[in-house]
Design a protein around this ligand. Structure first.
Ligand code: FES
Length: 436
């Protein structure tokens, strides 16, 4: 017999959901569209996911007794990651427990164009002679006479005769590597864009680039929607293995985040999504695996083995991106379980191996990585940096959101603090901690 679902109402938002008894408050909130901040990944050790259960509170757990006073417990305060739903409930979620969407993350574009642009996609406008009695060559050969030999899929071949005849045998050939991916009406050589994503555990950053010039057309970023399933990679790995569709849920969350960012970039830059022909994705190993729908179980236990280490080339549509239908998505290769494609991208972008050595690349994110270049070799190591830099397990710690002290300066007499958003200080974020 099906179990009766319980109604849970979240205040002050007034959102209600029905969940099975035993569902954690944090999950019920996620279903109601509220992301509760879980700095320790729901381990019950930071005590920062406080919520006020004003009706239907369950008996407190040991972790809750440790972090909340008797008075608070009696008044109905609970930890969202520990407390379960056991009755119809009304739960007030304080602002401080909500995962702030306005984190201090990349928002500015770099105006300068890249020094060297070698995109995989090239466009060529052609004006071809029309078929005649003495020139009855196949349509594809006619195109190849102008642009050189290409490979081609059946879907493009089916469209090609119509495109050629409708456009009077003039148009733009779009070639990715050596594959003809489209033949567009008119001269569209000036419209050729690509998108790059950096999929972090906490943040996704994206840039839309002009593939002709390398110029950044727009930059956008957002919180990785997977944060509602846990803050660090290990909680995501646990979540993925917790149910049959856990991995799929996480994948959908990331795919939705990427799609939303691409739509925003195209809107901001005034670029038609169909003119985006290439995507490049870099992320830590777990993020890349989850995004591609690959199993992550082995990444959660020693010796942290990834499914693959290679670069993957997929259709962008397979990652849910509303780009050109035959745009490809290049997913960066990973080095190991905790040294991922984002580090590889960083090494390539800085040409770490080609400059003066010894040199170091340091990426301090939720997971921290260091690569040392010396004597013609590259050495990489990583560790979980996030809990501290995201404010977890620090009594006054918080993420880099409004109210976070991000700078601390001592002028010899007095301490000065820089607070994000110029608001009343609410806690210390990573950069503030380092300064302090
Ligand atoms: Fe709940 Fe840390 S105690 S997230």
């Amino acid at each position: 017999m099906a179990e009766k679902q319980l109604r849970v109402t979240f205040q002050p938002h007034g959102r209600s959901v029905y969940v099975l008894p035993g569902t954690k408050v944090v999950e019920a909130a996620a279903r109601a569209g509220l992301t509760i901040d879980t700095p320790c990944g729901g381990a019950g050790t930071c005590g920062k996911c406080r919520v006020h259960v004003t009706a239907g509170a369950c008996p407190p757990t040991d972790a809750e007794r440790e972090h909340l006073s008797d008075g608070d417990l009696d008044a109905g305060w609970r930890l969202a990651c520990q407390s379960s739903i056991c009755a119809e409930s009304i739960i007030a979620v304080p602002e401080s427990s909500i995962f702030a969407d306005q984190h201090q993350i990349l928002t500015e574009a770099r105006a300068a164009a890249a020094e060297e642009v070698l995109p995989a996609v090239r466009k060529q406008y052609v004006e071809l002679p029309e078929p005649a009695l003495d020139d009855a060559q196949a349509d594809l050969l006619r195109v190849e006479r102008a642009i050189g030999p290409v490979t081609v899929g059946l879907d493009v071949l089916k469209e090609l005769p119509g495109r050629l005849r409708d456009g009077g045998f003039r148009g733009t050939a779009v070639v990715a590597d050596s594959e003809l991916v489209d033949f567009e009406p008119g001269d569209t050589t000036g419209q050729c864009a690509g998108v790059a994503f950096d999929v972090g555990t906490t943040t996704i950053a994206a840039a839309l680039l002009d593939l002709n010039t390398g110029e950044e057309l727009a930059v956008a970023s957002s919180v990785n929607p997977q944060v509602r399933y846990g803050d660090d990679v290990l909680s995501r790995i646990r979540r993925s293995g917790a149910s049959a569709d856990g991995g799929q849920e996480l994948r959908q969350a990331a795919v939705g985040g990427l799609a939303e960012l691409l739509a925003r970039l195209c809107r901001d830059a005034g670029v038609e999504p169909g003119r985006v022909y290439e995507a490049a994705v870099a992320g830590n190993t777990t993020m890349e695996h989850l995004l591609c729908g690959l199993p992550v179980d082995a990444l959660g236990e020693v010796p942290f083995v990834p499914v693959h280490g290679r670069a993957l080339t997929l259709r962008a549509r397979a990652l849910g991106l509303n780009a050109h239908p035959r745009a490809s998505a290049y997913v960066m290769p990973v080095i190991g379980g905790f040294v991922g494609g984002d580090v590889v991208a960083g090494m390539l972008a800085t040409r770490l191996d080609a400059g003066e050595t010894p040199a170091m690349l340091v990426d301090i994110g939720t997971n921290g990585e260091i690569v040392l270049a010396h004597d013609g070799k590259l050495w990489a190591a990583s560790t979980a940096a996030g809990p501290a830099f995201e404010g977890a397990r620090i009594s006054c710690g918080m993420r880099a959101a409004a109210g976070a002290v991000e700078k601390v300066l001592f002028d010899g007499e007095r301490l000065h603090c820089g607070v994000i958003g110029g608001e009343e200080p609410a806690g210390l974020c990573g950069s503030g901690l380092i300064d302090a």
